[in-house]
Ligand binder design. Structure first.
Ligand SMILES: [Zn+2]
Length: 437
C-alpha cells in the first residue's frame, strides 16, 4: 500500500539549440513557485529508524581520492596499523575496505582530542555500517536510514536528448534507462526522435526521508507508465505482471506487448556510424561485407544484452577485441565487439535478460575509434538488425482474465495521472506540444 505520495509535475522547455532548463530536484525549494513545479506531499514514516550514534564531538565526511586507501586516511586520525587490520577483518561480512572505489564517502567521528572514535560507511541503499572504537576494540553496527515510497509523475520535452532532458527534470538514471530500453523495441532512437517530442513517466521510488552523504538518494524504481510522442505518434505503455511468478512487461492499452525478442540498439545515446552491407574497411582497405552495425559513443558506455539468452563467449576474440556472444531462442545469436571491458559476472554460461549490462564500449581489437560493433546471426548467418522483423517475435496479446486485470491496472494508472494536474507549462513548451498534435 502506498502511504506516501509526492506528486511532481514538471514542464521542461527545450527547443532547437536551446539548452535544457533545469528543474531542481530540491522539491522544497520549488514549493510555491507556480512557474515550474507543483508539489503536493503527504508524509508518513513507515520505516523504523535505527540509529547507533556514538558519543561524538566532531563529524566529517571524507571521500577517497584516487590511489588513496582507507587505512592511509585513518592513519591521519591516529588509527594504528594493528587497529586498521582489525577493522578490515571485522568489516569483511559487509564490505572489503581494501577495495573501496575512488570517491567512496566515509563519515569519520572524532572525540574532543581529535582521535577517531567511529567511522560510518554506506554498504547499499539506505544501509550504513558503523565501526565504533571502544576500549581499543571495534564494535560494528548496521543501521537503516528512514525511507518512504514516493510517487513521481514527470513530463517533459525531449530536447537535444531524451536522456539529458529527463535527468534535468529530476528523473533517476535507472528510470530513463528502463524507459529507453522498453521503448527501443519500437522506437529507433538513432533517427526518429525530434527535440519537440514529449515524454512522460509515472513511477514509484523508495527514497531517503533525509539526504545522507553515505547513501544514494533513491532506489527500487517501479515504472508504471511510459509515454513518448515520436514525431506525433504516441507510444503509451502500462506495466503489468501476469502473476507473481512471471516477470512483468509493458503493454499498449489494448493488451499488446511492447517487448520484443531482440533490441535493435543495444546501448543508449549512441550514433549509428556504420550500417550493415558492403563497404570499404577503414583499416584493411578493401571492400567487404560489414556484417553488423557500428555505434559510436563514449568509451565506457554500458552495452545491453539484446535479448534473453545465454552468454557463450566473453573473452578476447582477435580482431573483435573483447567480445561477448549471446545465444538466444529460435536460432539467433548476438555479438558485441571492441568492448573496453566486461560487466561483472559476464562469462561463458551466464544467463542474461534483455537489457542487462554485459560490458562497456571501447576500442579493443581491430578498431580505429571507440565504437560498438554489433551483429545478429540467424542460424549462423549474419542479418541486418535494423530490418529484423521483430513483429514475428511479439508475445501473444493479453486475453481473458489477464486482459480484464490489465485493463483495471490501466484504469488505475489513468486515474493517478489525472489526479496530478499539470498546472503550468511554459508557452514555448505548449507551442511545441500544439505543433506536434
Ligand atoms: Zn563494425
Amino acid at each position: 500500500m502506498i502511504k506516501n505520495s509526492i506528486l511532481i509535475t514538471a514542464a521542461l522547455v527545450v527547443g532547437g539549440a536551446c539548452t535544457s532548463e533545469k528543474v531542481s530536484e530540491t522539491v522544497s525549494e520549488r514549493v510555491g513557485d507556480p512557474q515550474r513545479v507543483v508539489v503536493e506531499e503527504v508524509h508518513t514514516r513507515p520505516n523504523e529508524v535505527v540509529q547507533h550514534e556514538p558519543a561524538q564531538t566532531a563529524r566529517e565526511t571524507i571521500k577517497l581520492a584516487a590511489g588513496e586507501s582507507l587505512l592511509g586516511v585513518l592513519r591521519r586520525f591516529g588509527v594504528s596499523a594493528a587497529q586498521g587490520v582489525a577493522l578490515v577483518h571485522n568489516m569483511k561480512p559487509w564490505l572489503d575496505l581494501n577495495k573501496l572505489a575512488t570517491g567512496k564517502a566515509i563519515q569519520v567521528t572524532q572525540d574532543e582530542r581529535g582521535a577517531l572514535v567511529a567511522l560510518s560507511i554506506g554498504v547499499r541503499f539506505a544501509t550504513i555500517v558503523t565501526a565504533t572504537l571502544e576500549e581499543g576494540r571495534w564494535k560494528i553496527t548496521e543501521s537503516t536510514l528512514e525511507t518512504e515510497l514516493v510517487n513521481k509523475h514527470v513530463k517533459g520535452i525531449v530536447g537535444r536528448s531524451l536522456y539529458s532532458s529527463a535527468v534535468d527534470v529530476g528523473v533517476e538514471v535507472e528510470v530513463i534507462q528502463k524507459a529507453i530500453t522498453v521503448l527501443s523495441h519500437r522506437v529507433d532512437f538513432q533517427r526518429a526522435l525530434q527535440d519537440t517530442d514529449v515524454f512522460e513517466v509515472l513511477y514509484q521510488s523508495t527514497e531517503l526521508h533525509e539526504l545522507n552523504p553515505l547513501s544514494k538518494k533513491s532506489a527500487n524504481h517501479d515504472v508504471a507508465f511510459i509515454k513518448l510522442t515520436v514525431s506525433g505518434r504516441e507510444h503509451v505503455l502500462y506495466y503489468y505482471e501476469e502473476d507473481l511468478q512471471s516477470q512483468g512487461q509493458f503493454y499498449y492499452a489494448d493488451g499488446r506487448s511492447v517487448q520484443n525478442f531482440l533490441l535493435k540498439t543495444p546501448l543508449n545515446g549512441a550514433r549509428l556510424s556504420s550500417r550493415f552491407g558492403h563497404r570499404k574497411h577503414p583499416i584493411l582497405g578493401y571492400t567487404r561485407l560489414h556484417k553488423g552495425l557500428d555505434f559510436g559513443a563514449a568509451v565506457g558506455t554500458p552495452i545491453f544484452a539484446a535479448g534473453d539468452g545465454k552468454v557463450i563467449k566473453a573473452n578476447w576474440g582477435g580482431s573483435f577485441g573483447n567480445r561477448v556472444l549471446i545465444e538466444h531462442a529460435n536460432g539467433y545469436r548476438s555479438l558485441y565487439a571492441h568492448l573496453q571491458s566486461f560487466a561483472k559476472g559476464i562469462k561463458s554460461g551466464q544467463l542474461v535478460s534483455q537489457g542487462d549490462v554485459i560490458g562497456y564500449l571501447g576500442s579493443t581489437g581491430l578498431s580505429q575509434a571507440p565504437h560498438l560493433h554489433y551483429e545478429l546471426h540467424k542460424n549462423g548467418r549474419a542479418i541486418n538488425p535494423l530490418t529484423l522483423n521483430t513483429s514475428n517475435f511479439d508475445s501473444e496479446p493479453l486475453s481473458g482474465p489477464n486482459l480484464t486485470a490489465f485493463l483495471q491496472t490501466v484504469a488505475r494508472v489513468e486515474a493517478q495521472l489525472k489526479s496530478s494536474t499539470i498546472s503550468y507549462q511554459s508557452k514555448l513548451a505548449l507551442n511545441h506540444v500544439l505543433k506536434e498534435n
